[in-house]
Design a protein. Structure first.
Length: 413
């Protein structure tokens, strides 16, 4: 099978955290993704009791140019997180799989002699600009002023001339997925997310966001300023109660499609961070062993099917079977997309996205991959399962998957 496969030895995800995911226009709407990234960067180092001076690589990703200093995002996150000035920083981008690619790049660096990498993904969907690319020389008299919403336009792929919702509708048609089935899966995701929030299943991965200043000796201070009367953001804002009847009343986005606002991922702001290092050098149990990655291309108009061949490649090259995998976290860009992947893998939903997914929580593009991984890693530990796979589709037609192992697994297999 074509694609790119990488196997890793003695590589561990030492610790990982995230901010709450907050709905578009919510309490994090005016916060720069750089400052969100600094917040989680500092927190993951503190939780792991790692001196920032031990970090020898900073890898960071963000899709939106959501601040005027966006070019400097990786470097500023590293510096204001306390990493030594001599340590380089790199920007990484693989759209919805950016979080996975951060971990892959870090694992390759560790395998090549690196000691510890700080990986950060931060996304402000709310701060996507209203942009114009054709007016550098001014506006012609009587001409059209072509400002467009970057957030909306970025959801359109001009190669196949379809938006991301249409790619899921294409999968629904190809695999015979009814509106009822798609809404049914969305309801399950919303219910699982609400239950997970109520029982505190994400409490170990979430760090509260408060008003905060970040100092860096000799340089300008920066920080987080929340809206008036908001003292702290402590939990994901999107999980909510819904019913099959409520979902079924929503109008399809495309007249001949099955996708609606209720069975598509929520648009949210948030950031996540992870530390990647050598498993053998950790003084305490690490969060997960990172075993392998796989990434592969698919047709852009069916981009949502990407996780299927990526997972198949991962299993083929690693020598494992799907039955060996205790839990899978597959990003829920759209409900039809997830169902198509489950159908083609012959995967039942009992092992899939057991704590809810992006339909119920939200999908802050670059940061989602890290959330999938940290949620999966903690599930494996809590349920004493050995192997897990996290995967995502990628706009433009790709799929990516990571294979992880529970470092404290007790069992015979």
């Amino acid at each position: 099978m074509s694609g790119q496969y990488s196997a890793f030895s003695d590589v561990a995800i030492v610790e990982a955290v995230r901010t709450p995911w907050v709905d578009l226009g919510g309490a994090l709407a005016q916060v720069s993704p750089i400052d969100l990234g600094i917040k989680v960067g500092r927190e993951v180092l503190a939780r792991a009791a790692i001196d920032p001076q031990q970090i020898d690589s900073v890898l960071a990703g963000s899709m939106a140019q959501a601040s005027f200093d966006a070019y400097l995002l990786p470097r500023h996150i590293g510096l204001y997180s306390g990493v030594a000035q001599r340590v380089p920083a790199l920007g990484v981008q693989r759209i919805c799989a950016t979080g996975f690619e951060l971990l892959r790049q870090a694992a390759l660096e560790v395998g090549d002699g690196g000691q510890m990498a700080l990986c950060v993904a931060a996304e402000s969907m709310s701060r996507n600009p209203i942009a114009a690319y054709t007016h550098r020389d001014g506006f012609p008299l009587g001409g059209t002023v072509q400002f467009k919403d970057f957030l909306w336009e970025a959801l359109y792929d001009p190669a196949p001339a379809v938006d991301m919702i249409a790619t899921a509708d294409n999968l629904a048609k190809r695999y015979g997925l009814s509106r009822e089935a798609v809404d049914g899966y969305a309801l399950l995701s919303h219910q699982r997310a609400l239950e997970s929030q109520a029982f505190g299943r994400w409490s170990a991965e979430i760090v509260a966001v408060t008003n905060e200043h970040f100092e860096l000796a000799g340089y300008q201070p920066r920080g987080i300023e929340l809206p008036r009367r908001v003292e702290a953001v402590t939990q994901d804002s999107h999980p909510r109660t819904t019913t099959m009847a409520a979902l079924s009343r929503l109008r399809a986005i495309h007249t001949d499609g099955v996708q609606t606002a209720g069975n598509s991922c929520a648009v949210v702001d948030g950031a996540a961070a992870a530390l990647v290092g050598r498993a053998s050098q950790s003084k305490t149990p690490v969060l997960a062993h990172l075993l392998a990655s796989a990434v592969i291309g698919v047709a852009p108009e069916f981009m949502g099917i990407g996780p299927t061949p990526a997972i198949q490649l991962l299993l083929q090259r690693s020598g494992l079977a799907l039955s060996d995998i205790g839990r899978l976290e597959i990003n829920e860009a759209q409900a039809a997309q997830v169902l198509a992947v489950a159908q083609t893998l012959e995967l039942d939903c009992d092992r899939l996205n057991c704590q809810g997914g992006s339909l119920g929580i939200g999908h802050p593009l670059a940061a989602t991959g890290l959330r999938l991984v940290m949620t999966l890693a903690r599930q494996l530990r809590e349920e004493n399962l050995r192997y897990g796979i996290a995967a995502a589709c990628v706009g433009g037609g790709q799929g990516m998957a990571l294979l992880m192992e529970n470092p404290v697994f007790i069992g015979s297999n």
